[in-house]
Design a protein around this ligand. Structure first.
Ligand code: FAD
Length: 316
């Protein structure tokens, strides 16, 4: 079932969450171990992230370095199929531009259609870790909007082969939004303009980047509505879990902590202290968002569901 249908049919705020494929060589059991504790909250859909290749350098016998591309977390499509099969819950694979030509994108979408997957979250994707900027693949998309155009065309029966009308796909397309602005955008209004172009191209709902200050989400929703973005905007929340997260999350995701939260984090001495603050803050954020009637709260588990479970127990 489509994410938008789940939202339409529900009278209250839905619960959903996002997981990462395990590192290559780890079993899928780690995925089930992360999902099982969250089943009692009735997730309507589970997102599975997509991780593109990274480059590593291997020293050869002659002393020269060889550049090798590896994917550390493959398996997004297989995990989605496993989730649908094992739990009968809708899975939402993330589909990215990076690392895909248009034809590879088309074939990936055909695989998803054959597996009975109804939803995709269409993203540009992050740059390769060792590269400063995002570079599209040969014959690939430079922005998420172009990927959405391609999916919309397939939904209309237009594949890459010209002049042939084929069986249309029927994907519900989600896209990403940034209450604190995407870090590459010149300013919030150009970022919103690009977001609107993704919605106009066919995105039917938005999932936000994590934020810790609800007022930023509410202002973002207002700004979206003002420029005519009418689709559901699902807030994304991430419980802070470790001392390392304190600086990692703002640095990596380009977000700020509000002062009330940073004051509490400064008092933390151990990971356990941080986890407790993260859960309290997550409960506080979730309660307010739910009271305001958001369509769904989407939690980033980052492969660890214990904090999300502690929050969900108080909310759902
Ligand atoms: P876009 O919408 O293409 O925007 C990228 C930047 O380009 C923005 O600054 C935008 O303002 C600007 N822009 C857009 N269109 C144009 C244009 N025509 N001309 C000039 N500038 C333009 N990354 C992964 O690798 N895998 C994942 O699974 C993943 N999941 C995510 C899930 C969510 C909910 C979110 C919020 C992010 C996720 N990301 C993931 C990270 C995301 O891929 C990065 O933030 C990436 O840098 C931007 O992706 P996007 O889809 O928002 O890009």
């Amino acid at each position: 079932m489509k994410v938008t249908d789940h939202i339409r049919q529900s009278k209250s705020t839905l619960f959903s969450f996002e997981i990462l494929p395990p590192l290559k060589g780890k079993s899928i059991q780690s995925i089930y171990d992360g999902i099982d504790p969250l089943l009692e909250f009735g997730p309507k859909f589970i997102n599975v992230t997509y991780h593109r290749e990274e480059f590593i350098y291997m020293e050869r016998e002659n002393g020269l370095l060889e550049k090798i591309a590896i994917r550390k977390r493959p398996g997004t499509v297989g995990i989605c199929a496993a989730i649908v099969n094992k739990y009968n819950i809708d899975a939402v694979p993330h589909l990215i531009c990076g690392g895909f030509s248009r034809e590879e994108t088309e074939n990936a979408l055909i695989d998803l259609q054959f597996l009975g997957i109804d939803n995709v979250l269409a993203l540009r994707g992050d740059p390769i870790k060792t590269e400063p900027n995002f570079r599209p693949s040969k014959d690939g998309h430079a922005f998420a909007k172009e990927l959405i155009d391609q999916i919309t065309e397939m939904n209309e029966g237009k594949y890459l082969m010209e002049d042939v009308n084929l069986e249309p796909t029927d994907f519900c397309i989600g896209t990403a939004g940034y209450p604190e602005k995407h870090f590459e955008a010149m300013n919030l209004s150009t970022d919103l303009m690009h977001l609107k172009s993704k919605v106009d191209a066919g995105a039917e709902y938005i999932v936000t980047q994590m934020f810790f200050d609800n007022s930023k989400y509410f202002a973002f929703v207002d700004a979206c509505r003002e420029i005519g973005i009418k689709v559901p905007i699902i807030p994304g929340l991430k419980p802070i879990k470790s001392l390392n997260h304190i600086s990692f999350l703002p640095k990596f995701f380009h977000i700020d902590y509000p002062e009330a939260l940073s004051t509490e984090l400064l008092k933390c001495k151990t990971n356990k202290d941080v986890e407790a603050v993260g859960v309290e803050w997550g409960i506080h954020q979730s309660k307010e968002l739910k009271a305001k009637g958001v369509p769904c709260i989407h939690y980033y588990t980052m492969s660890n569901s214990s904090s999300v479970r502690a929050i969900a127990k108080e909310i759902f």
